[in-house]
Design a protein around this ligand. Structure first.
Ligand SMILES: [Zn+2]
Length: 174
């Protein structure tokens, strides 16, 4: 190895460089911790979708809760409860999307694959929440949120499917 051969930067280093530019022009330090639009969004983590852009949201507008699938897991429910009870959001929306990485995944096969690939059996996560039917999955998440005893009944909880080919949201009705 020659002395001028540099190790490739990790993506984290590239992100730190980008952050330096961001922080130089930073003007958001006075925003309230309470979301201005009083809404929380639970959505998939898919990298193609910047939901703030899709929904016309600005910094300070909304809580964004994202996980694989856009699932109302125990932790997502925790965030929604904090969002409403501590930070005063009054409306929730849940978004799944077409071509999701968890769509048509077989939960049992995934677990078996990981067991053999990693040579160890894990009890956590207990569930990957893979699904076959996109709309049914959205309805299930809406139901999980609406039926939680600490989510007040007057909070609207609406479910949507985002189409990754068109950028459009479509509401999933009950
Ligand atoms: Zn997804």
């Amino acid at each position: 190895m020659t002395v001028d051969q540099e190790l490739p930067l990790s993506v984290a280093d590239e992100l730190l460089t980008a952050n330096e530019t961001f922080a130089r022009n930073f003007k958001l330090g006075e925003l309230s911790v309470r979301p201005a639009r009083r809404v929380a969004v639970l959505a998939c983590m898919d990298s193609r979708i910047l939901f703030e852009h899709c929904l016309g949201l600005k910094p300070g507008d909304a809580h964004m809760i994202r996980n694989a699938g856009g699932i109302a897991t125990e932790d997502a429910l925790r965030s929604l409860i904090v969002s409403h009870h501590l930070l005063d959001t009054q409306e929730f929306i849940i978004i799944n999307h077409t071509d999701c990485g968890l769509l048509k995944v077989n939960e049992y096969e995934l677990r078996s694959h990981l067991n053999s690939k990693m040579g160890a059996i894990a009890s956590e996560p207990a569930n990957f929440y893979a699904f076959d039917d996109l709309e049914a999955n959205v309805r299930l998440q809406v139901h999980r949120v609406k039926s939680h005893p600490w989510i007040p009944k007057h909070i609207p909880v609406r479910g949507f499917v985002y189409d990754v080919k068109t950028g459009r949201l479509r509401e999933v009705k009950d």
